[in-house]
Design a protein around this ligand. Sequence first.
Ligand code: GDP
Length: 454
Amino acid sequence: MEKTIAAISTPPGAGGMGVIRVSGENAVETVENIFQSISEKKVSKMKGYTAAYGKIIDRGEFIDEAVILVFKAPHSYTGEDVVEISCHGGMYITKRVLRAVLANGAAPAGPGEFTKRAFLNGKMGLTEAESVMDIISAQGKQSARTALSVLEGKLRKRIESVRDILVGLAAHLSAWADYPEDEIPEIDEDQLITGLSESKARLEKILGEYDAGKVMREGVDTVIAGRPNVGKSTLMNLLSGCERSIVTNIPGTTRDVIEETVMLGNIPLKLSDTAGIRNTDDPVESIGVKIAKERLMSAGLIFAVFDSSEPLSDDDMELLEMLSDAPAVAVINKTDLENRIEIDIIREKCSHIVFISAKSGNGSEMLAKEVENIIGTDKIDASQGMIANERQRSDAENALGSINEALDAINMGITFDAVTVIIEDAINSLLELTGERVTEAVVDRVFSNFCVGK
Ligand code: GDP
């Protein structure tokens, strides 16, 4: 029998409301000990999905007013009896109510323990459980949509479709090997290769989306570069929608690297507005320039800003030279002014060009489109369920490795017995991915990343 657990499920800090969640066989009894309903109805007499209003009283001391919500097993988040106590928010009251719950028979919940129980009670698969955490930490609409689609089981279904092909092949192979007298038609090599190749293609597609998906969840390190006065700070302010860095018309005033995360379309950008890249004698500024160059080399995305109202300068050319092979957009700014820039030279060096006016905001949608294009997020459909973390990626990678091994083995003419074993390895990796065959250690590791209360 699992012990009854409790934790504060709302974030710490001042808030209008706080929720203490209690789950387990004694959840109802535990809350009954500290809750006095206004209607004098006992908690144990309440039906599932009903609420009651009353007072939390711990050993005679009135603590707070509260609403409790009762869920009866198996119709709850964890699959156990659950009581949620909604009281006033804030550090003191929620902790005090939790203390009362713990003094009356519940144990403190470990990190992710509610969701872990939901998984162990078959309420959700492992990939779905993991996505609960992604939903909580989702920063943008797209990453929330991805996590929700995983919660709906879309990733599991995609993985299962591959597993089913492999199980079909393995079952046929072993039946044929184990019962030769039963006249099971011998599986032909073409059939085997077709099935394995199909599985390989599906896994490669899923794995190929991982990097783009990661960008959507975690954001991409973006550097805004350009010589002084081209409009870097103005662009940064446009993207972040507020006056963040100091905009001036004296060249070289943006000395420090300023960072913040903004959403451009569906993609979170971790922006740093860097000092202009140009050679200078001013020691403070030259430190900024050095940092800027280093950032540029390691950035996931570069906005190289140019002033369309002036011909290209030496500093502009130096920046252009650094862009080759980098994930860069040439942002041609100040399009509201008369055009004097040699756009053909920029075109030679950089294949992604966007024309904007950072001052008026014209052209920012084109910038968003171009970024999606560079990062590859325009080609993936976030609603179909994507691999969300390293654990899932490594299992998919292992399965793909085994499939490739099986294909090689067939090419080398190795016996079907040996091929069957390799296909089973691939199946095992996929079963581990979906959590159907997973060790306790893996489950513990998954949930240790959660916060308490989830
Ligand atoms: P930085 O040194 O690259 O950060 O450039 P700033 O953002 O400080 O801008 C330098 C000057 O250019 C400021 O006076 C801005 O108002 C002006 N500026 C920036 N973007 C535009 C634009 O799109 N059109 C026009 N006309 N002026 C701009």
